[in-house]
Design a protein around this ligand. Structure first.
Ligand code: A3D
Length: 320
């Protein structure tokens, strides 16, 4: 049986970490694509030399030629630029939209059967753009944000309750960013919902509210601490979990930015919702009954994504 092929479009901080994880897990052979001269080949060579020590046989190749991603089973996209001082949100949108255009066309030409996971920010708009430019079926293009956001929520909750992160499940909906909607009622410790744990005296509403707020601002907290760049370990491991669910047809129930066609009263928009990820890509969007507060917060999040998309639709991306 041929090995699987994982193409990483963007070989920066997240791209390099993705390559490391994919090789360590022997998910398949890895191609690191980037426009930066030499860098993807350098990372691929460095990682290849970890193979004899770790005992993995995945091959790693760095490239600047889209032909090398041919036949990829999974493409994970982190290509783009980060917002720099003096750059407006629209400037950033325009640049990353152009990047999505060239990445989308590269995937369309060379890896049209791939399952595509977008990580580039602003996530909900970029995954939409990537789908448009690649022309792939909507169920084969998703955005990674929810797994990361819920992992942040789980980490903070486990810390608060003094329990293993393994026993904490967390539920996060909506767009990626300050408007995301962590839902404590669907988040549990050993199956016990957070509101019940508050009633049991394990925590207080104030503490949970503070955790929700910290989760929403989780990315910014790390940016502030790093001083240069943004989070990459947890984002990479989150995308790898999604890729594994697809490659192994695990049918994991994970939050992802998925294309909605009426679910949650949202039409033709990518927003974070729980989905089943299997060999068919997004096999099912799980539509749950939301309480009034979560519903109102979700709507704010959806409106923010819509607004961003309207700006995108007014821009004219060139190839980047
Ligand atoms: P970084 O280390 O800058 O890597 C981005 C790479 O993209 C660089 O190596 C660039 O050379 C490359 N690149 C730029 N233009 C192109 C192009 N046209 N084709 C191919 N490669 C190109 O960033 P990073 O790896 O830290 O982050 C990557 C993206 O993920 C950014 O947009 C972040 O904002 C985003 N991010 C998203 C999350 C989510 O949860 C959604 C979390 C963390 C970071």
């Amino acid at each position: 049986m041929a090995r699987k092929k994982i193409a990483l479009i963007g070989a920066g901080m997240i791209g390099g970490t993705l390559a490391h994880l994919a090789a360590m897990k022997e998910m398949g052979d890895v191609v690191l694509f980037d426009i930066a001269e030499g860098m993807p080949a350098g990372k691929a060579l460095d990682l290849s030399q970890a193979g004899p020590v770790e005992g993995f046989d995945s091959t790693l190749k760095g490239t600047g030629d889209y032909a090398d991603i041919a036949g990829a089973d999974v493409c994970i996209v982190t290509a783009g630029v980060a917002r720099k001082p003096g750059m407006s949100r629209d400037d950033l949108l325009n640049i990353n939209l152009s990047v999505m255009k060239s990445v989308g066309e590269g995937i369309k030409t060379h890896a049209p059967d791939a399952f595509v996971i977008c990580i580039t920010n602003p996530l909900d708009a970029m995954v939409w753009a990537l789908r448009e430019f690649s022309g792939l079926p909507h169920n084969k293009v998703v955005g990674m944000a929810g797994v990361l956001d819920s992992a942040r929520f789980r980490h903070f909750l486990a810390d608060e309750f003094g329990v293993s992160v393994e026993d904490v499940t967390a539920f996060v909906l909506g767009g990626h960013g300050d408007t995301m909607v962590p839902v404590p009622a669907y988040s549990t410790v050993g199956g016990i919902p957070i509101p019940d744990l508050i009633k049991m005296g394990w925590s207080t509403q104030e503490k949970i509210d503070a955790i929700v707020d910290r989760t929403r601002k989780g990315g910014g907290e790390i940016v502030g601490l790093l001083g240069n760049g943004s989070a990459y370990y947890a984002p990479a491991t989150s995308a790898i979990m999604m890729a594994e669910s697809y490659l192994k047809d695990k049918k994991r129930v994970l939050p992802a930015a998925a294309h909605l066609t009426g679910q949650y009263d949202v039409d033709d928009l990518y927003v974070g919702v729980p989905v089943i990820l299997g060999a068919g890509g997004v096999e099912r969007v799980i539509e749950i009954e939301l309480g009034d507060e979560a519903k109102a917060n979700f709507q704010v999040s959806v409106d923010a994504v819509k607004e961003l998309l309207e700006v995108c639709k007014g821009l004219e991306p060139s190839l980047a």
